[in-house]
Design a protein around this ligand. Structure first.
Ligand code: PLP
Length: 399
């Protein structure tokens, strides 16, 4: 019999793609669209990273399959970076290097989740978490958080969501889409709840290097060494080294889980690209000054973005601790006229902004937070000023 597998029927198509489709259409007509929709740094990776990749090619190190879960030098570099950042030195056999952090999460989902399982995901969430859980027939348990609580999961809400079926809890700190990060005490409080409940704890730390104004990011691995036997850390070079296109991410997991990811990857992608692995070794072992330089630029862009957004009547934006997203409450703009009718939701608002201000942002409903919009500030200050003042003008013209 023909037809697609049933599991695909539960996956929702991405509204983000619809917005970027419309943005591309405008662009093809010559309109200068300021794109706050994409989640990737506009920087180039440090030059020494690119040089290391070229040297690896010239030295003939990149033409063959590598070990499925990554070359030894990269796994060692990942372990050393973990010790440097988290004070947690895993062994190389706990590391699975994958084709980006998204792939690391996918391997994990395939290895762990099955029908009957529940996976707790605080909302607003990165869209792939619930979709990957659903893809394998498990149930995402979405626990909302509020802007008033700094978009942080309350321990009591976590406690209430846990059941005997809870297979895992996925935390993302700093978060996409809110930029919120857990301080040490807040993370401790969640881990205290999880200590009493036997489930996996998945912490996505892909934005951990990008925190601002002295905010101290802590890892669950650092403050709860006793939970490392069921803790899985997700990380990668995409965001902190501006290397999204190189597709290198990884999981650091207890050995049986790492072994399972090895089996999954061995029957799917085999190894991540050899040349990208050599580039990632250089990124992790080379001088870290450019990471700090990019972080400082992001901080200044954040400040520009947040104050420009807050100056728009009807928009309110919390200052995020990290990542490169502003997540303002834009429900105050509902009621503005668009196409002859008042705007009633964040999707209409996103299309209004595209049409009237030539600004692309992602509707919060996509992340489980209707009424909000996500603006990435991984673009120049000049573009941020230009885009947000166009938005300001469009709102005033329509008011
Ligand atoms: N985790 C979060 C929270 C992200 O925002 C992203 C990228 O947008 C990823 C993981 C995936 O990163 P990668 O490019 O390494 O697949």
């Amino acid at each position: 019999p023909q037809g697609l597998a049933n599991r695909l029927s539960v996956i929702v198509p991405s509204i983000t793609l619809e917005v970027s489709g419309r943005a591309n259409e405008l662009r093809s007509r010559g309109v200068d669209v300021v794109n706050f929709g994409v989640g990737e740094p506009d920087f180039e990776p440090p030059a020494f990273v690119l040089d290391a990749a070229k040297s690896a090619i010239d030295a003939g190190k990149t033409s063959k399959y590598t070990a499925v879960t990554g070359i030894a030098a990269l796994k060692q570099a990942i372990c050393a970076a973990s010790e440097r950042r988290r004070g947690y030195l895993p062994t190389p056999d706990q590391v699975t290097v994958s084709v980006g952090a998204k792939h690391a999460l996918f391997n994990l989902a395939l290895a762990l989740y099955e029908p009957g399982d529940e996976v707790i995901i605080p909302g607003p969430y990165w869209v792939s978490y619930p979709e990957q859980v659903r893809m394998f027939g498990a149930e995402p348990v979405l626990v909302p958080t509020t802007e008033e609580d700094g978009w942080r999961l309350a321990p009591a809400d976590l406690q209430r969501a846990l059941t005997p079926r809870t297979k895992a809890v996925i935390l993302c700190t700093p978060s996409n889409p809110t930029g919120a990060a857990y301080g040490e005490d807040e993370l401790r409080a969640l881990l205290d709840v999880l200590r009493a409940h036997d489930c996996y704890i998945v912490v996505d730390e892909i934005y951990a290097e990008l925190v601002y104004e002295g905010f101290r990011n802590v890892s669950a691995a650092t403050i709860a060494p006793d939970l490392r036997s069921r803790l899985i850390i997700i990380d990668g070079v995409s965001k902190s080294y501006a290397m999204t296109g190189w597709r290198i991410g990884w999981s650091i997991a207890p050995r049986p889980i790492a072994k399972a990811c090895d089996v999954v990857q061995g029957q799917s992608t085999t190894n991540p690209s050899a040349v990208a692995q050599h580039a990632a070794v250089a990124a992790l072992t080379g001088p870290q000054a450019e990471v700090e330089a990019m972080r400082a630029v992001f901080q200044s862009r954040r400040d520009t973005m947040i104050s420009a957004l807050n100056a728009i009547p009807g928009v309110r934006c919390r200052k995020p601790e990290g990542a490169f997203y502003a997540f303002p409450d834009c429900s105050g703009l509902y009621g503005l006229p668009w196409k002859g009718k008042p705007i009633t939701n964040d999707e209409e608002l996103a299309f209004f902004l595209l049409d009237k201000a030539h600004v692309a942002a992602v509707p919060g409903g996509a992340f489980g937070a209707p009424g909000y919009l996500r603006f990435s500030y991984a673009t120049s200050e000049e573009r941020i000023r230009q885009g947000i003042s166009a938005m300001h003008a469009a709102v005033e013209a329509a008011s």
